[in-house]
Design a binder for this molecule. Structure first.
Ligand code: DX5
Ligand code: ZN
Length: 234
């Protein structure tokens, strides 16, 4: 049996001054979902973008968004982000376990406001999988950080990959299936290592040097490799 692995290009590494063209380039090369990193300068030291950018992208492209909130206590911002994302089948809104004092409450809030949006929970490299206990029946996706969140272009921490079977086991025990996403340091040369996950974020490995043509070529190569790996696991 083969599991479909998908790549989510992360616009954090794209040219912010030419975002529409960068995004269109990766979509034309087969990108099915777009990863959007939201950082608040508090939960992580970096600051990125807000609902206005997401809204602008939503008006120019149709594909689902995979919005990764690296924001302390995100509840007050969630309505604005969901509105900007639109009700698009297959979109994800992910919050950090470490950032929410009432994680089940935050998950319920997302579901109430947007029944079509799937809910993700992320953990940082130092957070154990046991931190996800109790939310197995509320969560569609677990985003495992494979670098310390905050910046693109870092090297993948291989030990984080050990969490993949742990997450599968935790959810299996609860009788639930879950999607697993890896974020940070994923590149062509370590795709095989990452192939136990369902969704792979790729920032700097796709968007390079502010060049949409290069991004298109990178996306094509990566999708080709993913296709080969899926065939190999059949
Ligand atoms: C890091 C972000 C990532 C980032 C990954 O905190 O969550 O999504 O864009 O970038 P690369 O693929 O360059 O490591
Ligand atoms: Zn991310």
């Amino acid at each position: 049996m083969s599991r479909k692995i998908r790549i989510a290009p992360s616009i954090l590494a794209a040219d912010f001054g030419n975002m529409r063209e960068e995004v269109r380039a990766v979509i034309s090369a087969g990108a099915e979902i777009l990863h959007v990193d939201v950082m608040d300068g508090h939960f992580v030291p970096n600051l990125t973008l807000g609902p206005a950018m997401i809204q602008a992208l939503r008006e120019s492209v149709q594909i689902p968004f995979d919005v990764h909130l690296m924001v302390e206590e995100p509840d007050h911002l969630i309505p604005a982000f969901l509105k900007a994302m639109g009700e698009v089948e297959g979109s994800f809104l992910t919050v950090h376990q470490e950032a929410c004092h009432d994680l089940p409450g935050t998950i319920r809030l997302i579901r109430e406001l947007s029944p079509k949006t799937r809910v993700g929970v992320s953990i940082k490299p130092g957070t154990p999988v046991s931190a996800l206990e109790g939310i197995e029946d509320m969560t569609d996706l677990v985003l495992l950080m494979t670098v310390e969140p905050g910046f693109g272009g870092q090297g993948l921490i291989p030990e984080c990959l050990d969490k993949i079977p742990e997450v599968r086991e935790l959810f299996r025990k609860a009788g639930k299936d879950v999607l697993i996403e890896l974020d940070g340091g994923v590149k062509l040369s370590n795709l095989e290592l990452c192939s136990g996950a369902d969704l792979l974020v790729m920032g700097s490995a796709v968007f390079k040097a502010g060049d949409p043509d290069a991004a298109m070529e990178n996306m094509k190569k990566v999708n080709q490799r993913i296709h080969e790996l899926s065939v190999e696991t059949e």
